[in-house]
Design a protein around this ligand. Structure first.
Ligand code: ATP
Ligand code: MG
Length: 440
């Protein structure tokens, strides 16, 4: 997998984790606020349910046990607790000389957790102590005391003058409070985990795909070597036979021309297919630069290809000003492929008796080689598309059925690898000139 892809995956992963964390954090905050609100409201509602004088008939001392008003208060607390299953304790607190004490609680007197009237609540926090003064309902906790760990909703109990006579507290076990928060956060956490898993699966697939491409590219480079060698052997063989074509009878000459034509075409097509496939594999994409004579390279390509035109009486000529030598540094095989395609096209899309002219000029540090033909030309409305993969102009298809439409697309990519350029002028029915520019 290439570096860019890996960085994209890492960026997406970090984004998902940050977004997941943020959404979970917000959900937890909302859940906590909702829990607190509901607890405060419940404590306030319970406190409001007591008659204003409820604490005026009890004194908050042990002997209250004997009073009917104490028993009534206790029965009410027990009933409220029964109606609120998640609430563990309900109690009414008072304050005397700085101590917080119990008026009554919802526990049975036989229970270990029972607090008798007047028992001091030693663990009372500063918040609870302050609650008598502020008269505002609040949430406390999670706090641990001798009975466990609790979240408490505490609301003032007012007398008929509106003064705070005591506090009503309801305790919910901390685990049930945490459970609500965990349940609320489960959805964003699960969604984040699922997204990360999907991303990991995608990453794994992409890696497998890359591995497949690597193997494919390796296979193709071996195959290309194995196929190219015998094909160039045949091209070379037909060429040497054709060099003595005067000595051959007409039929044999025709046959050898045909073989030569087909094998050159086949060799170029094999090259195109293999190179295009290989082009996708980044590792194979490197440019192997070396010092090369561009003039000699173009002449040699034209020499091989001109034989394919000879039979149709199409000649390849070099303008007299074409230099003897153009020393440059580039990837020889890749640039050879460029000219094989461009000169090959000029011959392929020429009509009998045509001339393919190769010329050169140096302009603004650019070596420009132009290949002009007197062939079928490219229809104006199709000119934009001829560098697209698999595109063949309508007149080209009629003129010569053979062709994949990959050649120029590939040529363009090869030139871009070298910082080079290709462009053309063409007129349908008159001819086409392709210009290839390479940096000095
Ligand atoms: P192949 O992949 O075998 O080269 P091809 O020659 O059709 O097939 P390209 O070389 O990519 O494909 O060229 C694309 C199209 O551009 C051609 O089909 C043809 O329509 C047009 N074309 C290219 N060169 C010329 C030319 N010299 N004269 C006229 N048309 C041309
Ligand atoms: Mg072509």
């Amino acid at each position: 997998m290439n570096q860019d892809k890996r960085i994209s995956y890492i960026t997406i992963l970090i984004t998902i984790l940050i977004a997941g964390f943020f959404v979970t954090f917000m959900t937890v905050r909302l859940a906590i606020n909702a829990e607190h609100d509901s607890l405060v409201k419940r404590a306030t509602t319970i406190a409001a349910g007591f008659p204003p004088d409820v604490l005026s008939t009890v004194s908050g001392v042990k002997t209250d046990i004997a009073l009917q008003s104490y028993l009534d208060l206790k029965t009410t607390l027990v009933r409220i607790r029964r109606a609120n299953q998640d609430v563990r304790f309900i109690y009414v607190l008072g304050q005397r000389e700085g101590d917080v004490f119990f008026y009554a609680d919802s526990e049975d007197s036989s229970s270990d957790d029972y607090s008798a009237p007047g028992d001091i609540y030693h663990e009372a926090t500063q918040e609870v102590r302050d609650g008598f003064g502020t008269g505002v309902a609040f949430i406390e906790g999670p706090v641990s005391d001798r009975w466990g760990t609790w979240i408490s909703g505490i609301a003032p109990l007012r007398d008929s003058n509106g003064e705070v006579a005591g506090l009503v507290g309801i305790d919910i076990a901390a685990y049930s409070y945490y459970r609500t928060i965990v349940v609320a956060s489960a959805v964003p956490v699960l969604l984040t985990i699922i997204t990360v898993i999907l991303l990991a699966v995608g990453y794994h697939d992409a890696r497998k795909n890359d591995e497949f491409l690597r193997i494919k590219s390796r296979f193709l480079s071996v195959a290309s070597h194995e196929l190219r060698s015998p094909l160039s052997g045949i091209v070379w063989g037909t060429e040497s036979l054709l060099r003595h074509r005067d000595k051959l009878d007409e039929h044999t000459r025709q046959m050898i021309f045909r073989i030569h034509d087909s094998v050159v075409y086949m060799s170029e097509t094999v090259n195109d297919i293999l190179d295009t496939s290989r082009f996708n594999a980044v590792a194979e994409n490197r440019v192997q630069r070396e010092a090369v004579d561009l003039a000699a390279l173009v002449r040699s390509v034209a020499g091989v290809l001109s034989l394919t035109g000879e039979q149709r009486d199409i000649s390849v000529v070099f303008e007299p000003s074409f230099p003897e030598r153009i020393p440059l540094v580039f990837d020889k095989e890749k640039i050879r492929r460029v000219f094989a395609n461009v000169i090959g096209n000029a011959l392929k899309y020429s009509t009998s008796g045509g001339v393919v002219t190769v010329s050169y000029k140096l302009q603004d540090d650019q070596h420009i080689i132009s290949v002009a033909d007197t062939g079928i030309g490219i229809p104006a409305d199709e000119q934009k598309r001829i560098f697209t993969t698999y595109y063949r102009a309508t007149n080209a298809q009629k003129h010569d059925a053979r062709g994949t439409g990959m050649g120029l697309h590939f040529v363009k990519q090869l030139l871009e690898l070298h910082g080079g350029r290709i462009w053309f002028e063409s007129k349908e029915g008159e001819g086409t000139t392709f210009h290839v520019a390479l940096k000095a």
